[in-house]
Design a protein around this ligand. Structure first.
Ligand SMILES: [Zn+2]
Length: 284
């Protein structure tokens, strides 16, 4: 499943090819994805120029020249493939659901075999209160996300820190893999009670500072790794950006801890139905 860095990689790939371009034609090859396409979706997109492509949490936001915003969530398996005018496929596959033809003849195909992705088209003034965004916490890479903000949202929380970091109201866009990595690098146990990270009266603690630092670091490294995989007209795929080979703890059950000062072994437990990988020896 694409996580924030992968979505950011997809955003960069799309921006490279589509910015400034005009959407000439939209072909919807089914009624919807996870949710039905909104009414007048096709009509609303056709003839519009793409002025900017942003990301909020795991949502792609195509800002159009009439100030409306085309929203895309890739779900589990959504991806875009970009074709230039000269290499458009003769036919499309059964999981190719949305075909976007640009004014210059280039085509972007949205493929999603599990169909957990979804799209919407909203007016600019609907953004803030839109159901996708209304309850989202701060962007982890923004300056708003600092130790003070983290302590404030963890104060009084009895849930384990792993669960809290996955809660989109605490911080937006973090998924299972990166949360495991962040906790490992910060030396914080996934089982630690969230409120114990915040000091009394949400006073900033060393652990909170470390968590914020590692969150930004892990995401920046992943985005950089993903960025190097983008090439012109390649598949803009959610999987492209995974820095799979540099996971230090995720998927390493039974292996020696990557922390050179630790003799522990990585274990796997289940938290809220998701696998947590961690070292019980150096994550406290
Ligand atoms: Zn360890």
């Amino acid at each position: 499943m694409p996580e924030l860095p992968e979505v950011e990689t997809v955003r960069k790939g799309l921006a490279k090819q589509l910015l400034g371009g005009m959407i000439a034609h939209i072909e919807l090859r089914r009624e919807g994805l996870r949710f039905p396409f909104p009414k007048d979706f096709k009509e609303g997109l056709e003839g519009r120029r793409i002025e900017q492509i942003d990301r909020r949490a795991k949502y792609l936001q195509f800002r159009l020249d009439d100030t409306s915003i085309w929203l895309v969530h890739l779900g589990m398996t959504g991806k875009f493939t970009l074709y230039s005018q000269n290499d458009i496929p003769e036919e499309y596959g059964k999981h190719d659901h949305v075909i976007v033809t640009m004014e210059d003849g280039g085509v972007s195909v949205y493929t999603d075999h599990r169909r957990f992705g979804y799209m919407d088209l909203i007016a600019a003034d609907e953004e803030e209160n839109h159901r996708f965004f209304a309850n989202l916490g701060c962007e982890p890479l923004s300056d708003d996300f600092d130790a003070k903000a983290l302590c404030k949202s963890l104060e009084g929380k009895k849930s384990p820190i792993k669960t809290a970091l996955l809660d989109q109201r605490v911080v937006a866009g973090l998924g299972n893999i990166y949360v495991c990595e962040i906790l490992f690098r910060a030396g914080v146990s996934p089982l630690r009670i969230s409120s114990s990270i915040a000091g009394k009266g949400a006073k900033v603690t060393k652990r909170a500072e470390l968590l914020v630092h590692e969150t930004k670091q892990v995401l920046i490294e992943a985005i950089e790794a993903g960025g190097s995989t983008i090439s012109d007209f390649a598949a803009v795929d959610g999987d492209l950006g995974y820095f799979a080979h540099s996971f230090r703890v995720y998927g390493r059950e039974g292996e020696a801890c990557h922390n050179s000062r630790c003799s522990g072994v990585v274990s796997r437990i289940s938290q809220g139905g998701r696998s947590t990988f961690y070292c019980a020896k150096c994550q406290r």
